[in-house]
Design a binder for this molecule. Sequence first.
Ligand SMILES: *Cc1c(COP(=O)(O)O)cnc(C)c1O
Length: 487
Amino acid sequence: MTKKELLRGLPKIDEVMKQESLVVLSEEKGDLLVTDAVRAVIAALRASILDLGEGEAEAFDASALEIGSVAEAAEARVFREEELNLYPLINATGTILHTNLGRAPLCRDAVENVARVSKGYSDLEYNVPKGKRGSRHDLVGDLIAELTGAEDAMVVNNNAAATMIVLATLGKGKEIVVSRGELVEIGGAFRIPDIMMQSGAFLQEVGTSNKTKASDYENAIVTRAMIEKGDLYNEDPRHSRRFETGALMKVHKSNYDIVGFTEEASLEELVAIGKKHSLPVIFDMGNGLMLDMSEFGLNEPNIPASLATGIDVMLFSGDKLLGGPQAGIIVGKKKYIKAMKKHPLARAMRVDKMTFAALEATLMKYKDRKTALRDIPVLRMISSSSEEMRKKAERLADAIKRTDPSISLEIVPVEDQIGGGSAPMVRLPGWAVSVKDGMKSADRTERKLRKADIPVVARINEDRLLLCVRTIADDEIETAAEALRKQ
Ligand SMILES: *Cc1c(COP(=O)(O)O)cnc(C)c1O
């Protein structure tokens, strides 16, 4: 057939819609959805015919133009479009807080609580005993206070939002003193100097990249009296005007380390300076680690210990080492938290009932250290022993052998990571199943794993495909093995 004949052979939408299968489908899904699918299939066929080169028209499979074939393709399209864009997958990279894969997985009770609370109505902003309006801010405040020793808490969308509202509340039109060694970029557009600018606060950098002393912060403080006394200028004429100091701020070096000839001021030192000058001290600690995890090789500051130094305002993420939903949690002295709750930005950054449901259930686990380490996936993955992980690797290898005995396997030691821009220097000794699928390259096997019904994201190391078991849940082992099945 010629191109012209093929185009003439394209069926009409109405004709295709009369097909029995589509009549039934239309009743279930609605006319519009099905008609759209038929239109799209015909348009795609037309485009591919027009795209045919000299002589290719003859070889074109004209059976694709038959009404039955078009109806079938349209039906498949309707079902394909029903598939959601956000779906679960298996993380076999060994990176626990994988930023691209949704950071912290939730614990089972958090997931169940989200479903329980969000399928109907809830007391999100209603005080049931009093029978009157309540505040969502009160939902987890007491629990966080009990767990951390903070006077009060506030929850916003993420730690970037928390930084923004803290700076806007305490630093608008004022200077915030930060060490040059802590002007962090967290990835994407989150950079401390940029957030500072957006908040209306003025960044006053002190110290050097490698060394900042407590006295550097103190020497940078500008009081109202100094401003009133006369013009105050910066050494750097590009930003010559000075403003009253609003706060001292420390930022945790989450995703980098400075080694060698270094010095930094401790939280205690900053708290002492803050007290002396009646200035609040802010600590952006980032990762939200609640427990001392040093026995597992994680020497990061934790929330209760940091707060115990007397820090006025501290902020961290909900979905890093806290192991909960995406959130930014601000804790500290009541008067500062109260001011933030009243700030106009609070409404723009508030979280919904699903976040509160997941967060409260996650936080409840922290009432007992053992429960938290056992039930919160992130903590469990960090605290798993090498022996446990080796056994998990053996179970995965057995499952793969049952799926396809021809695949060659090896159980190998690997170094896993915390990820999510946290504790970059920590390497957790783990185990992986190294896979060689016949003559297939590691790249090809990796692609095949990603195309499975439940995709598996693996690691490649020197043309070996590695399935790192630390981040594979026990109930995902069979599914992960299934992804390697011969097609
Ligand atoms: C991760 C991090 C942030 C950003 O937190 P998000 O929850 O990703 O918005 C800010 N500051 C520090 C120190 C961090 O580690």
